[in-house]
Ligand binder design. Structure first.
Ligand code: ASP
Ligand code: MG
Length: 309
């Protein structure tokens, strides 16, 4: 079983969703059982954070900004030649009501406001999963979106550094997705969003969907995690600034963690923790050139992060 994660630019419009769904179909044709994890469409998380800031600052145009986010998803359904399901209207209505509730936090401290705004920004992941499943069905796959948070945290209090529980996540996810997977279907899960120890919605922090995918891979006992983004892998330097940078074909978990910790925009720095702990290989690839070589991170004889469970 593979977990395959797509970043925001890989799902940013109908053509990109089709290309991503074709990548999944290729893995399925090769005999793999696949679970998909997706980020929000590129730009949507920022747009939702701006909506939250608008509500908190009591500006009047946040409804218009929110409408643009809804319209972008509705337009993508149209481009996929599908009417949005009733569920889409339900989620959009809940999202707008949720935005309005942020006004309750106008008088709270800034740290709490940031957590509430971040929580609100998780709607982007809830809206994209069904669009991905729609594109995957167009490719002949039996795909189903699960728009609820797939990850459970250990702690009950909102915190800046969420600690996920792989085992609690397993208990939540297995009954949710295994019946579909037994039938050869492809579950499509939202990255980024989680439930804290009190069952309250939260997120894993900015760019957290790589980390989501790693936790989900560990929870479901995946053989490997593929992360498709807009770059093939990790380079010796930032290839956008240094054209002579060379792709690194193979790295250890510790090396990836060290590179990510420098702030290099490769993967979320904590992504390798559950992968190393559960000995799950990581394959970084570009969804724009899916057959091009990427970076492979495979279990070697090295210490694992035993504290993760
Ligand atoms: N959509 C979220 C963000 O932009 C999570 C992610 O992309 O990994 O931060
Ligand atoms: Mg994103």
């Amino acid at each position: 079983m593979l977990v395959i994660k797509f970043g925001g630019t890989s799902v940013a419009q109908a053509a990109r969703l089709r290309a991503a769904a074709e990548i999944v179909a290729g893995h399925v044709r090769g005999g793999a059982t696949v679970t998909v994890v997706v980020s929000a469409m590129a730009g949507v998380t920022n747009a939702l954070l701006a909506v939250a800031d608008g509500v908190l600052a009591d500006t009047s145009d946040w409804r218009d900004q929110l409408r643009l986010v809804v319209d972008r998803h509705a337009t993508t359904y149209a481009e996929l030649a599908t009417d949005p399901p009733l569920r889409f209207a339900v989620l959009c209505a809940q999202m707008e009501a949720d935005a309005a509730t942020l006004r309750l936090f106008r008088a709270t401290d800034v740290a709490r406001q940031r957590l509430e705004a971040a929580r609100f920004s998780g709607w982007g992941e809830r809206l994209i999963v069904d669009l991905f499943a729609t594109a995957a069905r167009e490719m002949g796959l039996t795909a189903q979106a699960f728009d609820e948070a797939p990850i459970l945290l250990r702690d009950g209090t909102p915190t800046e550094v969420p600690e996920p529980s792989v085992l609690a996540t397993r208990a939540l996810l297995v009954p949710r997705v295994m019946p579909l997977m037994y039938r050869g279907g492809v579950p499509v899960l939202p990255g980024y969003i989680a439930l804290d120890g009190l069952g309250q919605p939260t997120t894993l922090g900015r760019n957290g969907s790589d980390y989501s995918a790693a936790i989900i891979a560990a929870a479901l006992g995946a053989e490997a995690l593929y992360i498709y983004s807009d770059v093939p892998g990790i380079y010796t330097a930032d290839p956008k600034l240094h054209p002579e940078a060379a792709l690194l074909p193979q790295l250890s978990y510790a090396e990836v963690r060290a590179i990510a910790a420098t702030g290099a925009k490769v993967v979320h720095p904590r992504t390798v923790e559950p992968l190393a702990r559960w000995h799950i290989p990581l394959h970084l690839r570009s969804s724009f050139a899916p057959t091009a070589p990427g970076t492979d991170v495979v279990p070697l004889a090295e210490p694992t992060f035993e504290s993760v469970s």
